[in-house]
Design a protein around this ligand. Structure first.
Ligand code: ATP
Length: 319
């Protein structure tokens, strides 16, 4: 395959630009043609795509977001929509696609490939680190660092006022970001969807630790367990202590990607381009123990990624 398209889809994440840049430059280096498809699957349907040059991806490596734009597209959820997307690719001679996105985007990719036979390689692009088969997703490291930066600041003020700081972090149904924030941010409590908890026990432990001399506490709530605001209110009523809630929100999605996200996204982009040009399809590239690995696309979207129990234990042990 010599003529490929690249798109970013679903929630944006820092490092998507680095991945797309690597795809573009690898394809060009190998003598192929590459198309940028704008606003995810919607761009395939609205025919918002153009051939890219090496210069098209200049000056984006250091930026968060995605120069290709991203979107959620309802029409692509229907078989008719996907067929139209395929026809629009065919018109331009686009023979294969690199899809950079989260769970949902990879699901869409799998359907497009199954229904039309078009070769597709996926890259896990989401801050949530919730894609099965890979230890890493593009953007998770930058998001974790952004959370730690916020936690460091919240600690200063929580400590000054002897308060409980409750911080809600992203991650959808996955507690990876919250658990890492717990370990690297030194949280006393980490609430994640992967593990049941009793909020009354949490409150009792918080009171106990104050009685033992603790000046302030940090509680990290993964968005997957519920609203940080509601949980904060409950803790305040139950413990009668001073609680302040911070919902970090979309700040976690932005920012200049870390070195790790830039390097790993570049490695994945290169592999995706080479694989697609060599005729591979229905694979997702990710990392396992520091090495790039190919994951079956079907496996990646049908299995639920477990959270490493060693992380959970460590977060618990070090409070
Ligand atoms: P994030 O995890 O960051 O939210 P995501 O890729 O999971 O990213 P989604 O909104 O789930 O984000 O998916 C992005 C787009 O992919 C959807 O708007 C839709 O166009 C397509 N898509 C998602 N799920 C499917 C599906 N089951 N079948 C076909 N297309 C899908």
């Amino acid at each position: 395959i010599k003529n490929i398209g690249v798109l970013t889809s679903g929630g944006d994440s820092p490092g998507m630009n680095a991945a797309a840049r690597a795809v573009v430059r690898t394809v060009l280096y190998e003598g192929g043609k590459v198309w940028g498809i704008y606003d995810g699957y919607r761009g395939l349907l609205d025919e918002k795509m153009e051939e890219l040059t090496s210069r098209s991806v200049a000056d984006i490596l250091q930026r968060g977001g995605t120069f290709l734009g991203t979107a959620r597209c309802k029409r692509f959820m229907t078989p008719e929509g996907r067929m139209e997307a395929y026809e629009n690719m065919k018109k331009r001679g686009i023979e294969g696609l690199v899809v950079i996105g989260g769970d949902g985007s990879l699901r869409g990719a799998s359907k497009l490939s199954a229904e039309t036979g078009v070769p597709i390689v996926g890259l896990p692009g989401t801050i949530d680190n919730d894609v099965w088969g890979t230890d890493y997703t593009i953007g998770c490291d930058t998001a974790a660092n952004t959370i730690i930066d916020a936690i460091n600041k919240l600690r200063d003020t929580a400590s000054a006022h002897s308060r409980i700081a409750v911080v809600e972090v992203m991650g959808r149904r996955c507690g990876w970001l919250a658990t890492l924030a717990g370990i690297a941010g030194g949280a006393e409590v980490v609430l994640i969807p992967e593990r049941e908890f009793d909020l009354d026990d949490v409150c009792a432990n918080l009171v106990k630790s104050y009685e033992n001399g603790r000046r302030y506490s940090l509680v990290v709530v993964a968005e997957g367990v519920g609203s940080g605001i509601d949980i904060g209110k409950y803790i305040e009523e139950k413990t009668q202590m001073d609680v302040r809630v911070s919902v970090l929100g979309h700040i976690q999605r932005g920012g200049s990607p870390t070195v790790q996200d830039r390097v790993k996204a570049s490695q994945l982009g290169e592999k995706a381009a080479l694989a697609l040009m060599a005729g591979q399809t229905d694979v997702v590239f990710g990392f396992n123990k520091g090495k790039v690995v190919a994951i079956n696309l079907h496996d990646a979207i049908t299995n639920k990624k477990p959270l490493d129990p060693e992380y959970i234990e460590l977060a618990d042990m070090l409070v």
